[in-house]
Design a protein around this ligand. Structure first.
Ligand code: NAD
Ligand code: UFG
Length: 343
């Protein structure tokens, strides 16, 4: 089959490209490179020995999306394209609503016009809000999001559900990711954040590389066994294989289905630091710092539905995630750039 991946040059998209190509599918990528670069796709081709049809363009631009769908025979789309920096979304909310909701609406209209009514959407555990109930199941009532980024996921889910409700030909699969980390085992593709990373794993990697002097652990007075926050970290290649299963499902069913993609195992920040040190035989400078506003004490998935319905299950351990993240970071100290532009 032939799948369109919007935002396919990004972190999760590029790993999903590898997984789909290795499974024998064809991949078409539409990306405006606002947070990625064509080099990621070149490396996907290097890993798989397969070609990717790459289009540079904005998913909010109707004419470009229609152009891609006119030229390519697509069976289903995976919609990764979106802005994802939580803090930035608080500063420039209109850009986030315009880009993330605009891309979802434009893509759906173009897909419908081309009779490709199958979409897998990148949602997030953030839609559960500050749920006190863990593990989180798909049928939990949605929570209040704490930032505009989260609301764009919440609203995109609503838009897609309404679309499938109005037209029964649609197949919509909403994937709620927990905390994706790690990299392809080759070390050729990985997460390439710009500026100071917000997320834990890229910050750990840059600290281990000496780019950052110290990891701050935000809060050690949470109501958790060691006082630090608990998350459900999932290896990006497990996440990628979840997309393959979700696409297969979307091609055989109609209506809307929601799946958590997580391991079901909570891991504290402290446990993650220890696992990283153990997996990579190094010492990570760290200290405790005040809580980060907006953080919740614990978040982890109940992944039973994805296992039962999709036959999908995460297989990588925390040590695998730490090893592969460091393998990528240590072989690509400046990400996809060949040198540090600041130097
Ligand atoms: P990423 O930033 O690496 O990838 C997103 C890609 O979309 C980038 O290549 C970017 O250039 C592209 N893009 C953005 N707006 C676009 C537009 N209007 N037109 C075309 N391309 C556009 O992020 P990621 O971590 O790979 O995340 C992929 C998706 O998963 C995003 O929707 C994100 O919100 C969601 N998600 C990510 C996480 C996470 O922790 N990484 C967690 C939950 C959900
Ligand atoms: N943390 C630190 N130090 C750091 C960075 C993070 O201690 O330098 C801690 C955070 O306080 C949190 C944990 O590590 O307790 C994980 O933080 P991340 O920023 O890596 O991930 P979050 O769970 O906060 O956020 C992720 C995604 C968001 C998404 C959210 C909810 O990055 O996009 O999950 O699904 F909205």
């Amino acid at each position: 089959m032939r799948f369109l991946l919007t935002g396919g040059a990004g972190y999760i998209g590029s790993h999903t490209c590898v997984c789909l190509l290795n499974a024998g599918h064809d991949v078409v990528v539409l990306d405006n490179f606002v947070n990625s670069c064509p080099e990621a796709i070149r490396r996907v081709e290097q890993i798989t020995g397969r070609k990717v049809a790459l289009y540079e363009g904005d998913c909010c631009d109707e004419s470009i999306v229609n152009h891609v769908l006119d030229r390519e025979q697509i069976d289903a789309a995976v919609h990764f394209a979106g802005l994802k920096a939580v803090g930035e979304s608080v500063s420039i909310p209109l850009n986030y609503y315009e880009n993330n909701l605009g891309a979802t609406i434009t893509l759906c209209k173009a897909l419908a016009k081309h009779h490709v009514k199958r979409i897998v959407f990148s949602s997030s555990a953030t839609v559960y809000g500050d749920s006190k109930i863990v593990p989180m199941r798909e049928d939990l009532p949605l929570g209040e999001c704490t930032n505009p980024y989260g609301w764009t996921k919440w609203m995109s889910e609503r838009i897609l559900r309404d679309t499938a409700y109005a037209d029964k030909d649609w197949s919509v699969v909403l994937l709620r990711y927990f905390n994706p980390v790690g990299a392809h085992e080759s070390g050729l593709i990985g997460e390439d954040p710009t500026g100071i990373p917000n997320n834990l794993m890229p910050f750990i990697c840059q600290t281990a590389a000496g780019v950052r002097p110290m990891l701050n652990i935000f809060g050690n007075d949470y109501d958790t066994p060691d006082g630090t926050c608990i998350r459900d970290y999932i290896h990006v290649m497990d996440l990628a294989s979840g997309h393959l299963k979700a696409l297969e499902y979307a091609c055989e069913h109609k209506g809307t289905e929601i799946f958590n993609l997580g391991t079901g195992e909570g891991c504290s920040v402290r446990q993650m630091v220890e696992a990283f040190e153990r997996a990579n035989h190094l010492t990570l400078p760290h200290q405790y710092a005040p809580r980060r506003p907006g953080d919740i004490a614990q978040s982890f998935a109940d992944p039973a539905k994805a296992q039962a319905v999709l036959g999908w299950q995460a297989t990588h351990t925390i040590e695998d995630m730490c090893r592969d993240a460091w393998n990528w970071q240590s072989h690509n100290p400046h990400g996809y750039r060949t040198e540090n532009p600041a130097e």
